[in-house]
Design a protein around this ligand. Structure first.
Ligand SMILES: [Fe+2]
Length: 331
């Protein structure tokens, strides 16, 4: 029997390992415009301008770029017990981290999930100064809040089934008659909190941050062009077919991929209909039909286990989307 899952509110924050914290600070804070909530010798705690909890992103100094964990907020303190029992029943390693282990959040439960990612659940959070209308402070892309994690998994259907057991709803897919190539799943009432890209995994594909207006997506591109750092713009700007988001993908100095986007939609009604895209529809990844750069499909961030060691990769189990669809290249 499937154990009762914790009541997850939303994707809340991620911790990335960066190899040069000063360079990372320049990219994420000075250029993109993130707010610094806390600054320590070896880590930065960052948030968007709408965020009222302590942080959306931790950047931690380390030797190799990696994603250390993906954190979800749960609705009550009792959901921590449910999370621990849920993962124990799956045979996953878990750990309780007492309050004080991470600034800005209370006690947490961490687990190595069945997909190979270290996930974290927390309830208590420190609320911080409201900056939404401090237009005088805004810079760069004016990021508002973390929206979603996009993860690379060898078996998208297995990821879909696991996240369904964790209580997530399905908003959109890329598929054909035989295969599920990608899926977008939500707890909060938007298109997603997590999405799956098929490939060798587990790896983190990108972190998606919401901005309010399309000009903010364009402005960060202009800034990077002005600084002759256009090589940090990997893909876009463009309009996604899936999710309708107006997007750009950037790579930070360690290669971590970040999406700045606006214009997705509400999914909170019961029985929200799933939008299923054919893998042969050239509009699925870019509504205007622009090809996707190969690196976007093939490159991603390594993930760490509970002990902080890199996870080994499992090869993709299904046909790659790019060998089936209309992107015009093969891996
Ligand atoms: Fe995304």
């Amino acid at each position: 029997m499937t154990p009762e899952p914790p009541d997850i509110v939303r994707a809340a924050y991620a911790e990335l390992v960066v190899t040069d914290l000063a360079e990372a600070r320049r990219f994420w804070v000075d250029l993109l415009g993130f707010v610094v909530s806390r600054d320590t010798r070896d880590a930065l705690y960052l948030r968007g301008y709408d965020e009222l909890t302590h942080h959306n992103l931790i950047l931690r100094q380390g030797r190799e770029p990696a994603a250390a964990r993906l954190a979800y907020r749960v609705r009550t303190a009792a959901d921590l017990d449910l999370a621990e029992a849920f993962f124990a029943a799956l045979g996953s390693r878990t750990a309780r981290v007492p309050a004080g282990g991470t600034p800005g959040v209370g006690e947490t439960v961490r687990a190595e999930d069945p997909l190979g990612f270290t996930v974290e659940f927390f309830f208590d959070a420190t609320y911080v100064e409201r900056l939404q209308q401090r237009y005088d402070l805004r810079r760069g892309a004016e990021p508002a809040r973390l929206d979603h994690f996009n993860i690379v998994v060898p078996d998208v259907r297995a990821a879909y089934e696991y996240y369904t057991s964790l209580g997530f709803g399905l908003s959109e897919t890329i598929e054909d008659e035989r295969n599920l190539y990608a899926a977008w799943m939500f707890r909060k009432q938007t298109v997603h909190d997590v999405a799956f890209t098929g490939g060798d995994g587990p790896r983190l594909h990108h972190l998606g941050f919401f901005a309010h207006e399309s000009h903010q997506v364009l402005r960060i591109c202009d800034i990077l062009g002005s600084l002759h750092e256009e090589f940090l713009i990997e893909r876009g700007p463009g309009r996604h077919g899936v999710s309708n988001a107006f997007y750009v993908y950037l790579r930070d100095p360690d290669g971590h991929r970040v999406e700045i986007y606006t214009s997705d939609y509400y999914t909170g009604d019961p029985g929200h209909p799933v939008l299923r895209w054919s893998v042969r529809d050239p509009r699925r990844r870019d509504f205007w039909g622009h090809p996707v750069v190969p690196s976007w499909y093939t490159e991603a961030t390594a993930v760490l286990d509970l002990d902080g060691h890199p996870r080994s990769l499992l090869a993709e189990k299904q046909p790659a989307e790019v060998t089936v669809g209309a992107d015009g290249f093969t891996k």
